[in-house]
Ligand binder design. Structure first.
Ligand code: PMT
Length: 404
């Protein structure tokens, strides 16, 4: 059964040499059952003609905002509404910059702003352009807004250099698009994810907290939803929009987070604890603002519940995944947590002033009882997809072991 049957895919093609692969991409999307309409930027039309795309898509091709007859048959707003998915392949550095800046200076960027459909980009550019801090920044901003990145891959480039920046092959792009939704590996499964910090009140105006922004946990929730799961995201106080298809349950304190997790747990197949839960809270939060006095002040703290360990110890436990935030001896400390909390898998990350917390990128190593996998580095959305892919593999392996 084709996995993109009936899907309306709006394919944007921008002006890079990889545009020569885009007609093949149209053909492969259609072979999977998608209906494809193509929009070219003016520079893309210098690489491949509109006629080629018209022939392979079976529809007229749009390449400007000011084509009166094309606007009369389907206006750009109608086209934006028509799309179930906007795919831009190749996406040049210039296009990513304009998309990140929210510009609407040509038909494609205007469509991207006007659509409610998910946007997926397959970047293609020289390796130094991809590595440039400006591009990294743009990519991170787009990922934080929910734009999905496919690739780029690594290898020999048209400019003669070798490195990261090649557009993924059309078959890889189609395979990645065909995964999410009803056919995804977590389809029909409930997943509970925690994210963000907790706030532990000292008095009505002060609290103890940490530097977690929630970005990693939100990315994990979004990746689980892309893999087809029904996702409940129990979230500490963060400034992030709910990822598409994810239900957010707010919980400010460790105790509120524990109650929300316990309420969401029945029927869950997977629990991922990415929240930075405060280990301690003030023993006696003051009802009124604490006044300053002469001399030092001593604060009495009591232990908070360990939400993750409790889930792992529950009778009908789901597959349980924790995170380990470590400043030193990252893997050794993470393995101790894996064992002490009786987890199925733990994702270890280094945290500090310049890594882990409150950043768009991260690096993870996954550990389980008799294995490990380095998931590498990248923007949190990409890493979350890799982590969910690995979790799915480990869940299957553990079910097979139970069945045999
Ligand atoms: O939110 P970001 O800015 O994107 O940053 C991401 C992150 C660094 C917060 C994230 O990747 C991460 O590492 N999350 C776990 C943070 C943490 O609290 O780690 P820990 O090593 O202290 O705790 C180990 C595990 O136990 C975690 O899964 C944690 O959710 C869980 N825990 C801890 C204490 C507690 N009382 N209850 C828990 O459930």
């Amino acid at each position: 059964m084709p996995t993109l049957t009936g899907k309306h895919v709006l394919l944007g093609v921008t002006g890079g040499i990889a545009a020569y692969k885009s007609p093949d991409l149209v053909r492969r999307l259609r072979a999977q059952g998608a209906e494809v309409r193509v929009v070219l930027t003016p520079s893309a039309a210098r690489f491949v003609t509109p006629l080629t795309f018209q022939a392979v898509s079976g529809h007229p091709v749009r390449d400007g905002l000011w084509d009166a007859s094309a606007e009369a048959s389907m206006s750009h707003i109608e086209l934006a509404r028509w799309a179930d998915l906007v795919l831009v392949a190749p996406a040049t550095a210039g296009f990513l910059a304009r998309l990140a800046a929210g510009m609407a200076d040509d038909l494609l960027t205007t469509l991207c702003l006007a659509t409610g459909a998910p946007i997926v980009v397959a970047p293609a550019m020289n390796r130094l352009m991809w590595g440039n801090p400006a591009t990294r920044d743009n990519v991170a901003r787009l990922a934080a807004r929910g734009v999905r990145l496919l690739g780029p891959g690594s290898g020999e480039q048209a400019c003669g250099e070798t490195g990261e920046g090649r557009m993924l092959e059309p078959q890889e792009i189609v395979a990645a698009l065909a995964l999410p939704g009803a056919e995804g590996p977590l389809a029909g499964r409930k997943v509970v994810v925690t994210a963000g910090p907790t706030r532990e009140a000292l008095d009505p105006v002060r609290y103890l907290t940490n530097r977690s922004s929630g970005k990693m946990g939100y990315a994990v929730a979004a990746a689980a939803a892309r893999a087809g799961a029904e996702v409940a995201l129990v979230s500490g106080p963060v400034d992030l929009p709910a990822p598409p298809g994810v239900r957010v349950v707010p919980a400010d304190t460790a105790e509120a987070m524990r109650a929300a997790v316990q309420a969401e747990l029945p029927g869950a197949a997977l629990f991922v604890g990415a929240a930075a839960v405060a280990d301690y809270r003030p023993a006696h939060p003051a009802a009124q603002k604490i006044k300053k006095k002469a001399g030092a002040m001593t604060l009495e703290l009591v232990r908070n519940p360990d939400i993750l360990a409790e889930v792992a110890a529950s009778a009908a436990r789901p597959f349980v995944v924790g995170f380990a935030a470590e400043t030193n001896d990252v893997e050794a400390n993470a393995r101790l947590k894996l064992e002490a909390k009786k987890l199925d898998l733990i994702a270890a990350n280094r945290v500090g002033a310049d890594c882990g917390f409150d950043r768009e990128d991260n690096a993870l190593v996954a550990l389980w009882a008799d294995g490990r996998k380095d998931l590498g580095g990248g923007v949190k959305a990409e890493l979350a997809d890799r982590l969910i892919g690995l979790i799915v593999e480990r869940m299957r392996a553990s079910h097979q072991a139970q069945d045999s």
